[in-house]
Design a protein around this ligand. Structure first.
Ligand code: E4P
Ligand code: PEP
Length: 361
């Protein structure tokens, strides 16, 4: 059960203490308070854990300072959509809104290689009105001898360049908690020229200790990708790990599944699950057509498979598109075969706009 307080009802209000006092006297009930401190107002929710079936919802709703009470099911307690749950979806970070009703495109490099390519990418994004990108500094690789990313050393110049080209949010994967510290330090040292959305990739969806550490910080939002060999329920529970530690600024990413059934794509595209995730939870949903398809193969109509599945994901209601581009894919250090060309960016964005308009209609 969640007790949602009226805006700005915090520790200083006598009603707040009275509500907590009232709940403290209920047998077998524990409380956990969660606050979101925004520029305009502070929102407080009190989570009740234990024998909540015995509680009278109307009685709690009649207490001064209480806005409403939501009974929640056991599943996805924090992120789930519950009956009577009219709470807004999503969050705002560094001036960019992420919710279940809008769409942000994160086109960029799978892996940062050199300043020249990063700058070419950023320039193309700026010229096409984009304020978000993806840039991999820490790469999780199958083969220990493959390029593992430049790591900490590239962060200062990547952040400075991104700021110069008006980028507000960079999706950047981390695979270890030390990477979180390195990113936070580099952002501070460079004076926060841009923002970072921490990406937890498919190989780490169930790295519970990493999830707990990332969930404990609330400075940076998180893009959590679905695990490629686990159920949707298991992946949504992984997202709940982040939220249960305090960070609810989470986008959930679909990036295809491994099936071992001779799929023509790198992974079996799972974008039909966009509306399912939106129905089960309040998280915005991202699609990653690049890691799903894995190549620049084209259908007989001349359109890239990556563009086809992107349109399918967008028309299914996706809220974010994470996609690989590269100025010279043959020179990319990771995943070159699936990278789109910079000159394809305006057409790719136009396709997305058409699919989004169709979805909205
Ligand atoms: C990049 O995005 C990943 O690190 C890449 O997809 C990993 O795959 P690989 O190491 O099997 O090439
Ligand atoms: C990536 O987006 O760079 C990546 C490694 O993706 P995934 O975790 O989906 O394989």
């Amino acid at each position: 059960m969640i007790v949602i307080l009226k805006p700005d009802m915090g520790e200083k209000n006598p009603e707040y203490r009275q509500i907590l006092d009232f709940l403290a006297h209920k047998p077998n009930i524990k409380t956990r308070v969660h606050q979101e401190i925004g520029a305009q107002q502070t929102l407080t929710e009190i989570y009740l854990i234990g024998d909540t079936a015995a509680l009278d919802k109307t009685e709690i709703e009649s207490l001064p300072g209480v806005e409403r009470v939501v009974r929640i099911s056991e599943e996805y307690r924090i992120l789930g959509r519950h009956r009577d749950d009219r709470r807004a979806t999503g969050f705002e970070y560094n001036g960019v809104k992420f919710n279940q009703d809008n769409l942000n495109v994160f086109a960029g490099l799978c892996a940062v290689d050199n300043p020249e390519h990063v700058e070419m990418m950023l320039k193309a994004l700026r010229d096409n009105g984009q304020v978000c990108t993806r840039m991999g500094a820490y790469k999780p690789r199958t083969n220990p001898y493959s390029f593992q990313g430049h790591g900490k050393s590239c962060l200062p110049w990547v952040f400075e360049l991104a700021g110069r080209y008006g980028i507000k949010v960079i999706a950047m994967e981390i695979t270890h908690d030390s990477h979180l510290v390195e990113i936070q330090e580099a952002l501070r040292q460079t004076g926060n020229p841009t923002g970072v959305m921490l990406q937890i990739g498919t190989r780490n969806t169930q790295n519970f200790e990493l999830l707990k550490i990332v969930g404990r910080q609330r400075e940076l939002p998180v893009l959590l990708k679905r695990g490629f060999g686990i159920t949707l329920e298991e992946s949504l529970n992984a997202a709940e790990y982040l939220a249960s530690e305090g960070n609810r600024n989470i986008v959930f990413g679909l990036r295809g599944m491994k099936t071992n059934m001779g799929d023509p794509h790198r992974n079996f595209v799972d974008f039909a699950h966009v509306p399912v995730v939106k129905r089960l939870t309040r998280m915005p949903v991202c699609i990653d057509p690049s890691h799903s398809v894995g190549s620049r193969d084209r259908a007989p109509d001349g359109m890239l498979d990556i563009s086809h599945v992107t349109a399918q994901g967008v028309i299914a209601g996706a809220n974010m598109v994470l996609v690989d581009f590269h100025p010279v894919p043959t020179k990319a250090l990771v995943d070159g075969p699936q990278a789109l060309l910079l000159e394809e960016l305006p057409y790719f964005l136009e396709d997305i706009a058409i699919a989004r308009e169709a979805y909205e209609k």
